[in-house]
Every structure is written in structure tokens, then in C-alpha cells.
Design a protein around this ligand. Structure first.
Ligand code: GTP
Ligand code: MN
Ligand code: MN
Length: 373
């Protein structure tokens, strides 16, 4: 192999949605450091900083090998002064003092712990910290009012912070599919989120439900939820109605990922397989716990919006954000999980597959396993 200078410089396109980012990451030390700073910014609601670190992290994830010298990064997009300083410290000294200090900080640790409770966001965690609440014991004893989601989140804290395996996701998929088909024969259930991108574990399991005949999906979710509930599968659920109206809802906020599908955020009660139940036994009793709690998201889309919903809910979060940024900034289009709107033609662009959406956006098709930005 030649040791030619120019061959040692990486080249990566600007937008994450133009890149193929697999789960194989050659720069985990660097990306984990940037991810801590991104997370810290997000937890402190410094959105701009959070996005900047996430973009820098994603560029490093897309590199074909480990970075050896800072000069190799010359000309790469999204690497700001701050990110470059972190990378430089790690390449030269093995660690970044800023990252280490962040990890040690009481505020970061408390924000992470408290937002690890399902139903608790950065704002609530910040308010609790102001009240002197830094851990779960202090939360239990000082007793601020918890809503139902937070109560369930606290009750199942340990389970919900255990990664969900692919086997567990598939098991839940079988349970949900059986119930969905029972309520609406012909309905289709698709595993979305991180598992669709090939991740071996996740923080939850995400499913998209549709029916090949437009309109048949209306009213489906409450029936699915009540059947799951009656069969003892739900520890908690909150169902939100569909509020999408094409006429009124021209997607105007391309940076927001909120959509209006009928959906259900739930906590599942999943029976453990014998072996895993024994391993995870809580120790204090002779009989191990025979089930665990798992976060499950269900989303329903009409078939006419299915491709957009599938693309919008497969992630990663940064990949989605970059798709919307590309659409808006480069194509004068507005992409949501419902539709793609062309502001120059003043019209919606139909699509029956993810491939067609990428084509409308003038992007090379990137399969789910390469959307791990
Ligand atoms: P893990 O669950 O941590 O393994 O990763 P994940 O990629 O599955 O993340 P998550 O379950 O949080 O979200 C899955 C996808 O759904 C991501 O691409 C999110 O951007 C998207 N998503 C999450 N919440 C919403 C929402 O309210 N609206 C829309 N449109 N998308 C959402
Ligand atoms: Mn997920
Ligand atoms: Mn989810």
C-alpha cells in the first residue's frame, strides 16, 4: 500500500442522508466522547450544540477506518472547532478532560438518571434538580407529583433501563401481530425503529400498523389496546388519536419530528423465557421474577402514507433530521412522516415505497441497515 498524503484524507458528503452508515463503527472512542457532549447539551436543552455534536459524531461513524491523525480530517464537513478540539485531545492524550469532567458532573449524572425514568424529560429533571432531587431515593422521599407515565416509569425503572434484545422484540411482535390480525384481518405489522436498522438491542420496540385498503385502519388501535390489556400484556398505555388532515396540515416545520398518527406509547408485560428469568432473578426471593417490563410503541398509518411513516419511524433520529434538512435546504421540499410537499410546484409528491421518496428527493437510496447515522 502506498502512503500517499492525499489518499489518507477522508471524504464524506455533507448530509447524513447521503451517506451509508452501518453499525460497524471504526471510531467508537471518538464517537462515544462526542455522544456524551451531545447528550449533555440535549439534557440541558441546548439544542443547537446538541445537533452540532451529533453531526460531528455521525461523520466519524461514516469513516471506513479509525482516525490516526487530526490532519486526516481536513476537509470533512460538520466538524466544528469544539468537536475538533475533543478529537485532538483524544488522539494525542487518549482522553478528553472536558468529556471526563462532564461524565463526573453531578448535574449530568442526575439529568441522565432522572430522564431515564419513562415520562420524564429534560425540563422535569431540571425542575427536580432545582428542588434538590438528584437520585431515585431523593425522588421517592421528597415526593413531587408524578403523572401516570412517570409512576409507571419509576415502578419499572430497572426493567426499562435494561436493553431489549432482538429475540424479545420478535416475541412481542408475535403477540402484537396475533392481536392485530384478530381485530382486523389483513392488517400488516412492521418492525420499525432501531431493530429495522439491524441493531441487536434497543431501548424499546417500535411497530407500524397499516391495512392495504385505505381507511380500514381507522379505529383499529383502541381495539388492539383493549384486547392486549384484557390479555394482561399492558402495564401502562397512552393512546393518542390521529389528528392529521392533509388540507390543514401542510408540513411547515421540517425540523420537528412530531407527527399526528394514531399511536400508543406502552409498557408491555413480557413473560421471560426460563433461562433469562433465572439469570435476572431479583435475588431477594427464592423464586425469580417470571416477566419483565418492555417499552413498546405502536403507530398506525393509512396505506397512502405508509412509505412516509416507514421512512420517518425507522430512524436514526439524526438520519431523519438530516433528511428533512436536505429536503428543505436543498430541494425546497418539506418532508414529514405523512407526506412530501414540493413548495415550488405547490403539490404533494406521492410515494408507495421508501425508494420512491429518496428518488423524489434526488438522493441515492439508502437501506435501513445503512441509516445508522
Ligand atoms: P432505540 O429505541 O433506542 O433502539 O432507537 P430507535 O432509533 O428505535 O429510537 P426511537 O424508538 O426513539 O425512535 C424510532 C424512530 O422513530 C426514530 O427515527 C425517531 O426519530 C422516530 N420517532 C420517535 N418519536 C417520534 C414522533 O413522535 N414522531 C415521529 N414522526 N417520529 C418519531
Ligand atoms: Mn426504538
Ligand atoms: Mn420508540
Amino acid at each position: 500500500q502506498q502512503d500517499n498524503e492525499s489518499e489518507d484524507v477522508f471524504s464524506v458528503p455533507n448530509y447524513a442522508c447521503q451517506r451509508r452508515t452501518t453499525l460497524q463503527n471504526h471510531n467508537t472512542v471518538l464517537t462515544e466522547a462526542l455522544s456524551i457532549l451531545a447528550e449533555n447539551a440535549e439534557l440541558n436543552e441546548e439544542d443547537g450544540r446538541g445537533i452540532a455534536f451529533r453531526r460531528a459524531e455521525a461523520v466519524l461513524k461514516a469513516l471506513p477506518r479509525a482516525v490516526r491523525k487530526l490532519t486526516e480530517l481536513k476537509g470533512l464537513p460538520c466538524l466544528g472547532e469544539h468537536s475538533l478540539r475533543i478529537i485532538k485531545d483524544i488522539l494525542e492524550k487518549g482522553v478528553s478532560s472536558e468529556v471526563e469532567a462532564t461524565k463526573q458532573s453531578e448535574r449530568y449524572k442526575a439529568l441522565k438518571l432522572l430522564t431515564g425514568i419513562f415520562g420524564v424529560g429534560a425540563k422535569t429533571a431540571d425542575r427536580w434538580i432545582t428542588m434538590g432531587i438528584y437520585n431515585l431515593q431523593q425522588l421517592q422521599s421528597s415526593g413531587p407529583t408524578l403523572n401516570q407515565a412517570q409512576q409507571a416509569g419509576l415502578e419499572h425503572y430497572e426493567d426499562l433501563n435494561q436493553p431489549v434484545t432482538r429475540a424479545e422484540a420478535d416475541h412481542i411482535g408475535e403477540i402484537v401481530r396475533r392481536v392485530v390480525l384478530c381485530v382486523l384481518p389483513g392488517a400488516q405489522l412492521t418492525l420499525i425503529g432501531g431493530f429495522r436498522r439491524g441493531k441487536p438491542t434497543g431501548h424499546d420496540v417500535d411497530f407500524l400498523i397499516t391495512h392495504p385498503e385505505e381507511g380500514r385502519e381507522v379505529g383499529l388501535l383502541p381495539k388492539v389496546v383493549s384486547l392486549l390489556k384484557s390479555q394482561g400484556f399492558l402495564l401502562y398505555q397512552k393512546t393518542t388519536k390521529n389528528s392529521y388532515l392533509e388540507s390543514e396540515d401542510r408540513p411547515t416545520q421540517p425540523s420537528s419530528n412530531m407527527d399526528r398518527f394514531e399511536r400508543c406509547f406502552s409498557i408491555f408485560r413480557l413473560k421471560s423465557h426460563q433461562e433469562s428469568a433465572e439469570v435476572r432473578g431479583n435475588g431477594s426471593e427464592s423464586r425469580p421474577k417470571s416477566w419483565r417490563a418492555v417499552r413498546v410503541d405502536l403507530v398506525v398509518s393509512p396505506i397512502s402514507q405508509f412509505a412516509f411513516a416507514l421512512l420517518g419511524w425507522t430512524g436514526s433520529k439524526l438520519f431523519e433530521r438530516e433528511l428533512r434538512r436536505w429536503a428543505g435546504h436543498e430541494k425546497a421540499m418539506s418532508l414529514s412522516s405523512h407526506a412530501l410537499y414540493d413548495t415550488k410546484q405547490n403539490s404533494y409528491l406521492r410515494a408507495a415505497s421508501e425508494e420512491e421518496i429518496f428518488a423524489h428527493l434526488d438522493l441515492e437510496y439508502i437501506p435501513p441497515s445503512e441509516r445508522n447515522a
